[in-house]
Design a protein around this ligand. Structure first.
Ligand SMILES: C[S@@+](CC[C@H](N)C(=O)[O-])C[C@H]1O[C@@H](n2cnc3c(N)ncnc32)[C@H](O)[C@@H]1O
Length: 269
């Protein structure tokens, strides 16, 4: 069995055949494996994320391009950057990647450019996504990935060194505080969470549909959009402290930790 292998349900098992006996956690080489999932069940968490299985998204992933949008009930459309997601990690992505501490969990990895780049450089990492086409693409790109919702049990809970919520993924589930609380359960106590914030100063919870702009529309699901100000507010409310904020190629990122910031030395005051 190769490093990451698609099993018959489209989920991906990482590690060797021998590793399959272990149920979950980090292997001796620091990789993450998950021998527990072989049959893909429709759990409540997956059903909630079902709209991301919508045909317009799957078709865009297969084609490697849009157009694709999240469409609000009032007709407002948020363009989704499928071409960038399906390309290699770019300079802005690399500002995220070089801050990562292993092992790294990419939540909502999509077609997997981030985990593919991390794996290429030998970092133990895992992408998770509810969409099987995304997971399959991630594996083809060389990144280990698992078809799983972030709200379901995951390998290595409480031990991830970094979690990524990139490309608007703080919107997953439509409730940033619930997501940030869930991510806290996944992380090691000193773990680093890196979130990409919306470019606009927004704080909205909406119902959206995936829409290709040509009449192919998925079902409605909850989503959230938060700019960095709202992100810091929600994060603070559930116990995350900001570490750093930066922008790259017009994208804004915030890193956070659960632990209180270290007291500044007298020389710094
Ligand atoms: C805005 S897209 C971001 C894509 C991705 N970061 C990339 O590089 O292509 C959101 C992604 O999150 C996934 N997703 C949605 N709900 C999820 C959940 N509950 N758990 C894990 N992934 C989820 C979707 O399938 C989709 O691939």
């Amino acid at each position: 069995m190769s490093t990451a292998e698609t099993v018959r349900d489209g989920a991906v098992r990482e590690g060797s055949a021998q590793d399959g006996a272990a149920r979950e956690g980090f292997a001796h080489d620091g990789s993450v494996h998950d021998g527990a999932v072989a049959v893909r069940e429709q759990t409540p968490a997956r059903l909630a994320a079902a709209p991301w299985h919508a045909d317009p998204y799957v078709r865009a992933l297969h084609a490697g391009q849009g157009p694709l949008f999240l469409r609000r009930a009032d007709g407002w459309m948020l363009p989704l950057d499928v071409e960038r997601w399906c390309a290699d990690a770019d300079a802005a992505d690399r500002t995220v990647l070089r801050r990562c501490q292993s092992p790294i969990l990419d939540i909502g990895c999509g077609p997997g450019r981030l985990v593919a780049a991390l794996a290429l450089h030998g970092h133990p990492c895992l992408g998770i996504d509810v969409n099987q086409a995304a997971v399959a693409r991630t594996v083809r790109a060389g990144g280990p990935a698992l078809c799983r919702s972030v709200f379901e049990p995951l390998p290595g809970e409480g031990r991830w060194g970094t979690a990524l919520l990139i490309d608007g993924n703080i919107g997953i589930g439509g409730d940033p505080r619930a997501l940030l609380t869930r991510v806290a359960q996944l992380m090691a106590p000193e773990g680093l969470l890196i979130v990409e914030a919306a470019a606009a100063d927004v704080d909205e919870r909406v119902r959206v549909r995936v829409d290709d702009g040509r009449g192919d529309v998925g079902t409605a699901f909850p989503w959230a959009r938060v700019g960095s100000r709202a992100l810091l507010h929600h994060a603070h409310a559930v116990g995350w402290n900001p570490v750093e904020q930066w922008t790259a190629r017009d994208r804004g990122f915030v890193s956070l930790r659960r632990t209180p910031p270290l007291p500044r030395s007298s020389a710094e005051r």
